[in-house]
Ligand binder design. Structure first.
Ligand code: UD1
Length: 418
C-alpha cells in the first residue's frame, strides 16, 4: 500500500513537461494490433499503469511488445487470440477498444466488460449499436462481450449521445469494413483525432475526425507505422490548476495550447494570467482567485476529467461557484474527501454549489478515482499542515511520476510505501 504525504503551503515555480495523452495511448495501443503486416513504433507513450495493463493484455493475445523509455515497438503479425478475458481487462476502461480492433481485423472478438473509474453507469450500448450497424452479431454473456461477423459492411450510424469511447471503437472496426461508413454526432476530443491520424498512418482512410461527422472508407488491411502520441490535455490542465491554486509561476511544456482553451479561459476569468507559447502555457497566479461557474461538456467544452481538480481550486476561491457535471452522473465523490479538509459545498444531482473558504486544512483522505486523486493532491498542496492521500494506485493509472513532477515545481510531497 502506498500513500502520498504532502506538506502544504508552498508556491509552485518552474517548468513541468507533460507526457503523452493517456486517453489517446489507451486507444492507440489496441489499434496497433490491427496491423497484419509490419511493425508499429509508437513514441510519447505515458508511463502509467493503464498503459502497462494494456501492454500485458496485448501480449496475452500473442503480440510482441518491446519498450524503451516512452516508446513501444509492437509486432502483431503473428497474433493468435481474439479473447481478452483477464483481470487487467476488467480493471481498466480502455480495454473496450480491443472489441473494435479485434472485430475489425479478425471479424471476431471476445472481450470482458471494462472497468475504470466509478463515476457513473458508463454503459456500452452505443459501441454495440455501432458494431451491429456494421453487420456484427453482439451478445453479452457472463460479463464478456462477444462480437462476430461474416464480414463488416460500411453503414450510416447516428450516435444517440456524444461518446468518446463509442466514436473511437466503431471508427476502428469500420476502417476494415467493406465500403463507406459515416459516423454522425461523434466526439471531437483531441484523442479522437489522434487515433484517426494513427489509423490513417497505418493505411486507413478516415476523414472528418475533429468535426461531428467522420467518414471512413474501408481498406483491406492495416500495416505498421511510426507515430507519436499527442500531449495529455488533462494532465496539462491538472498542472495549470495546481499552479493557479498554489500561486507562483509555472511553465507547462510539451502541450498543444489549443486543446487547453476551455481551461485557460476559465482560469483567466477567475483572475490568473495565462501566457500561451507555441507548445507551452505559463500560468501565473498571485494566490486567491474568484469563484466561477462550470458546465462540463464534450470537447471543445470544459472537460469532465478536469472538473474534479477544478473543484478543489473553486473550494478556496472567493465567492460561490456552481458546477454542472453534464457528462457523468456520479462524479462528486471527491467532494466528501475535500469536506474533511474544510471545503463547504452542497450537491444536488448533477449540480454542486461550492462556497469558497479561506483555507483548507491537511487531513487523511483517499483518491476515490483517478481525477479525484489529482483533486486531493492539489488540495494537499494548498492546505495548512500535512495531508495524506491514500489509494495512490488510482492516481498511478493515469498520471506519470506525479510526485516527482510536483516536487520539481517546489512542492513538498513524497510517496511512502507501508
Ligand atoms: C472517456 C475517457 C474518460 C472521459 C470521458 C469523457 C477513456 C479511456 N476515458 O470515457 O476519461 O471522462 O471519455 O470525456 O478515454 N455513454 C452511454 N452509452 C455508451 C457510451 C457512453 O450512455 O455506449 C454515456 C456515458 O455513460 C457518459 C457519456 O455517454 O455519460 C460520455 O461517455 P464517453 O464519452 O463514452 O466516456 P468514456 O469513453 O467512458
Amino acid at each position: 500500500m502506498e500513500k502520498l504525504v504532502i506538506f502544504g503551503g508552498n508556491t509552485l515555480k518552474g517548468c513541468v513537461d507533460i507526457s503523452g495523452a493517456k486517453n489517446a495511448a489507451v486507444a492507440i495501443l489496441p489499434a496497433a494490433i490491427m496491423a497484419s503486416e509490419g511493425i508499429c513504433n509508437i513514441d510519447n507513450i505515458p508511463d502509467i499503469e493503464d498503459v502497462h495493463c494494456l501492454e500485458r493484455i496485448i501480449e496475452s493475445l500473442g503480440c510482441k511488445i518491446s519498450r524503451e523509455k516512452n516508446s513501444a515497438r509492437i509486432d502483431s503479425t503473428n497474433m493468435n487470440s481474439v479473447c481478452a478475458c483477464t483481470e487487467d481487462v476488467r480493471n481498466m476502461r480502455g480495454s473496450y477498444y480491443l472489441i473494435g480492433a479485434l472485430l475489425g481485423r479478425f471479424k471476431e472478438a471476445r472481450v470482458e466488460l471494462p472497468g475504470g473509474c466509478n463515476i457513473g453507469a458508463r454503459p456500452v450500448d452505443q459501441h454495440i449499436k455501432g458494431f451491429e450497424a456494421l453487420g456484427a452479431k453482439v451478445v453479452i454473456e457472463h460479463g464478456v462481450v462477444k462480437a462476430e461477423a461474416e464480414k463488416l459492411i460500411g453503414a450510416n450510424i447516428f450516435f444517440d449521445i456524444v461518446s468518446v469511447g463509442a466514436t473511437i471503437n466503431v471508427m476502428m472496426a469500420a476502417t476494415l469494413a467493406e465500403g463507406t461508413t459515416i459516423l454522425e454526432n461523434v466526439a471531437r476530443e483531441p484523442h479522437v483525432v489522434d487515433v484517426a491520424n494513427f489509423l490513417n498512418s497505418m493505411g486507413a482512410n478516415i476523414k472528418g475526425a475533429g468535426t461531428d461527422v467522420i467518414r471512413i472508407t474501408g481498406v483491406d488491411k492495416l500495416v505498421g507505422c511510426n507515430y507519436s502520441v499527442i500531449p495529455d490535455q488533462i494532465e496539462a490542465g491538472t498542472y495549470m490548476i495546481a499552479a493557479a491554486a498554489c500561486g507562483g509561476e509555472v511553465a507547462i511544456k510539451n502541450v498543444i495550447p489549443k486543446h487547453l482553451e476551455s481551461i485557460s479561459a476559465k482560469l483567466i476569468e477567475m483572475g490568473a494570467d495565462i501566457i500561451e507559447g507555441e507548445d507551452s502555457v505559463v500560468v501565473k497566479s498571485s494566490g486567491r482567485l474568484k469563484a466561477a461557474n462550470i458546465k462540463t461538456l464534450p470537447y471543445p467544452g470544459f472537460p469532465t476529467d478536469v472538473q474534479q481538480p477544478m473543484s478543489t481550486l473553486l473550494s478556496v476561491s472567493e465567492g460561490r461557484s456552481v458546477i454542472n457535471e453534464s457528462i457523468f452522473e456520479n462524479r462528486y465523490k471527491h467532494l466528501d474527501e475535500l469536506k474533511k479538509m474544510g471545503a463547504e459545498f452542497k450537491v444536488e444531482g448533477r449540480i454542486a454549489i461550492i462556497d469558497g473558504v479561506n483555507k483548507l486544512t491537511g487531513a487523511i483522505v483517499k483518491a476515490t478515482d483517478l481525477r479525484a486523486g489529482a483533486a486531493m493532491i492539489i488540495a494537499g498542496l494548498i492546505a495548512e499542515g500535512v495531508t495524506e492521500v491514500h489509494n495512490v494506485e488510482s492516481i498511478d493509472r493515469g498520471y506519470p511520476k506525479i510526485e516527482d513532477k510536483f516536487r520539481g515545481l517546489g512542492a513538498d510531497i513524497k510517496r511512502i510505501t507501508e
